[in-house]
Design a protein around this ligand. Structure first.
Ligand SMILES: NC(=O)c1ccc[n+]([C@@H]2O[C@H](COP(=O)([O-])OP(=O)(O)OC[C@H]3O[C@@H](n4cnc5c(N)ncnc54)[C@H](OP(=O)(O)O)[C@@H]3O)[C@@H](O)[C@H]2O)c1
Length: 336
């Protein structure tokens, strides 16, 4: 309850994730349109390391608790909130504050988890799956029987894109760096390849036609090589830069090959844009989440958690992601 203390990981200055501190802070108070959630699990991601370093496109005011993907139980709601009720098990993308025992959050950012689905795995539906869905469906307009290439295919967002591409009926190829990762990509429905001689492999697999859509959460130096694998009318969706390198593309290749490079930022749909548009997108996001939950219930998708760490071990959790070992999502267990 407000006024009492809770445990939280706090970022007091822009820093390396190893310099974050687990401490006690006051519980947040509830504002209009909000719900209070007791957090049980929170996602650990590459983006978190950028946020705490002050290198993300969006900077919370200091001090703050990082963590934008949560799953937990609703404890109370503000007057007039009917979307969620106390006792509901929910998941969602939040502004920040996920590495805390409690959060107060706009109710519109929360989604009720149906019975029978595992709360820990629902963390992957907060951002990873919506990013894959939005990038492939809303932005790239991927169609049945088209060919999809997913880079970073065993990562949190990449594995979601592999599964969603398969559900949509595309032929899916995933690039992953290790044998173990490629095995997982294949288990989730993609044809897995490594990144060596990438262009040659992709062209051989597509009978020299190339692919219709590229989903790229990695960036890096091979952008031109990958772009040259797009078929006419092909689209590359830029999702992120896990490699640390933002590719630079000459316009001429777009013209010569009749292809497009586009970006997709899921944050725009949950209130992280330059203007807070979360309420304008609620119906659209709800419809997508309903589809994702239906797919999960029918086992068409299968959110994957690589490892779960206790809150005290948050540095180990982040290291697991940064050392490029994660297959699917890494989560922190915060409460029971
Ligand atoms: N646009 C959006 O709305 C949105 C939403 C969520 C996330 N993102 C961004 O998407 C990116 C991926 O997120 P994620 O959660 O999927 O991350 P992740 O689970 O860590 O996966 C990233 C993948 O990138 C590959 N990679 C290549 N070079 C790397 C390097 N130097 N360091 C680390 N990984 C490297 C790794 O695959 P291999 O080892 O197989 O190469 C890894 O599996 C991040 O940049 C994140 O900020 C964007």
């Amino acid at each position: 309850m407000p006024g009492e203390e809770m445990r939280a990981i706090i970022c007091s200055q822009w820093c390396n994730y190893n310099d974050l501190v687990l401490t006690k802070v006051s519980r947040p108070s509830l504002a209009n349109s909000q719900a209070r959630v007791r957090i049980r699990f929170a996602g650990v991601s590459f983006a978190t390391t950028l946020v705490v370093a002050g290198k993300y496109q969006r900077k919370p005011s200091l001090p703050f608790s990082p963590g934008t993907e949560i799953a937990g139980e609703v404890m109370e709601v503000a007057d007039g909130v009917t979307r969620v009720r106390p006792g509901d098990i929910v998941f969602g993308a939040i502004d920040w504050g996920g590495y805390s025992e409690e959060i107060t959050v706009a109710a519109t950012n929360l989604h009720v988890l149906p019975d029978g689905l595992e709360i820990k795995k629902s963390v992957a539906l907060a951002i990873s799956y919506p990013t894959a869905y939005g990038g492939l469906v809303w932005r790239a307009n991927l169609k049945k029987s088209q060919t999809l290439l997913v880079l970073g295919a065993a990562g949190g967002v990449g594995l979601a894109a592999i599964e969603i591409g398969c559900v949509l009926g595309a032929q899916v190829i995933g690039v992953a760096s290790t044998k173990e990762k490629r095995k997982v990509v294949e288990a989730h429905g993609g044809k897995a390849i490594d990144g060596v001689d990438l262009k040659k492999k992709i062209m051989t697999l597509t009978n020299e036609r190339g692919v219709d859509v590229i989903f790229d959460p990695v960036g890096g130096d091979n952008a031109r090589q990958v772009l040259s694998c797009l078929a006419p009318d092909g689209r590359l969706v830029s999702i992120g830069y896990a490699s640390g390198i933002i590719p630079k593309v000459g316009y001429n290749i777009l013209l010569v090959k009749n292809i497009a490079v586009m970006g997709f930022n899921y944050g725009e749909y949950v209130g992280w844009g330059p203007v807070d548009n979360r309420n304008a997108y609620t119906a659209r996001v709800d419809a997508m989440q309903k589809k994702l939950l239906d797919w999960w219930q029918s086992q068409a998708i299968s959110p994957t958690i690589h490892a779960c760490f206790q809150l005290d071990d948050f540095r180990d959790a982040m290291a697991e992601v940064m050392k490029r070992r994660a297959v699917g999502r890494v989560v922190l267990e915060i409460g029971r």
